[in-house]
Ligand binder design. Sequence first.
Ligand SMILES: [Zn+2]
Length: 310
Amino acid sequence: MNDVIVYTHKDCFLKFNGNNHPERKERIETVNNSLKKINNVIFKESENTSLENIYLVHPEMYVKNLFNMIPNEGLKSVEKEPYADTYLCPNSRNAILKSVGAGINASDDLIKNKSKRFFCSIRPPGHHAEKIRANGFCFFNNIAITAKYLINKYSINKIGIIDFDVHHCNGTQDIFIDQENVFLGSIHQSPLFPGTGSKDEKGKNNIFNAPIKAGTESKEFIDIFNQTIIENLDKFKPEVILISAGFDAHKRDPLANINLESKDFFYLTKIITDLANIHCEGRIISFLEGGYDLIALEEAIQEHIKALMI
Ligand SMILES: [Zn+2]
């Protein structure tokens, strides 16, 4: 059985989006408290990333503009109506730097030490963040920055990214649309925010989108996941697998309408773990994305981590 190293930081608790906003600190409190009940989970504090690592994905001008928008008090929306639900707060800078930093710390551990399984328990999430556009509660793309860091610093040639958050990863797709050395497979409800993620969006045949209808049940979800994403990732033969782990395809989630049970997150993750054991010496870094029901998060994160231990 593998240990799972969890990178997290209390600064990620301080990101505030206003009362009644679904992306709230109770999410990560619930996740971390649930993880503390599992043996073989090792908590580590993530460090602030350097800005240079963020520049691997986002242009310097965009990064500086965003940090300059951080308010001294209250909230600052980074989007125009009608999608104004992505806010900066006075504590955003450190939450962002620790969230990106978690993936960087995990990458360094992955290469230098023997640990193979990592979970970044972080917020703000990242998979909606495009190269030059914050949206969907995301500012910088945590998983994309980690992928670029592994490629640039450690000469990893082929990265596989799997996104099972219920929303399409418009940001991650925007960043890797023309990069054949990064495989991106996403299963997501459609139609739903952000509106992208059709099967026709293929990039350089490195993008594999699996849009699914509202009301999809567990078996159909896992069948489509296997056929559209896993079979193709198997052919791609990744050297490291990164997971955008959102838990909002759970039947309890208030933001979507897919009917996964908590235990389904074990099966989904085990499929990925089995493939990692075949192709990439078991190397997986998983990132918390969405998931807005606290009971679903408490249960599903346990299933996800237990399958990462296999
Ligand atoms: Zn989501």
